[in-house]
Structures are given as structure tokens and as C-alpha cells.
Design a protein around this ligand. Structure first.
Ligand SMILES: [Zn+2]
Ligand SMILES: [Zn+2]
Length: 42
């Protein structure tokens, strides 16, 4: 069974988490986007 991204609800091959996602599983697109906006807003 493929993991599901918590944010976009897509089934993906690989998920990522960190403290910024509250350790929820995000797909690479959502994960990258999250960190992209975090660095942009500094
Ligand atoms: Zn996603
Ligand atoms: Zn992070």
C-alpha cells in the first residue's frame, strides 16, 4: 500500500516528515513547498 500525503491526499511512493510538518507525512511536492515558503518568509 502506498503512503498518502497528509496535505494533498495523493498516494505517493515516498513521504517525508520533520518538525515543520508536525511529523505528518507529506509528499515531496508538499514538503518542498512548505520549506520553500518558510525560507521565503524569513
Ligand atoms: Zn502532498
Ligand atoms: Zn523541516
Amino acid at each position: 500500500m502506498m503512503p498518502t500525503c497528509t496535505r494533498c491526499k495523493n498516494d505517493v511512493n515516498k513521504v517525508y516528515d520533520c518538525d515543520h510538518t508536525d511529523f505528518k507525512e507529506y509528499c515531496v511536492e508538499c514538503y518542498t513547498e512548505l520549506h520553500y515558503y518558510m525560507t521565503e518568509n524569513k
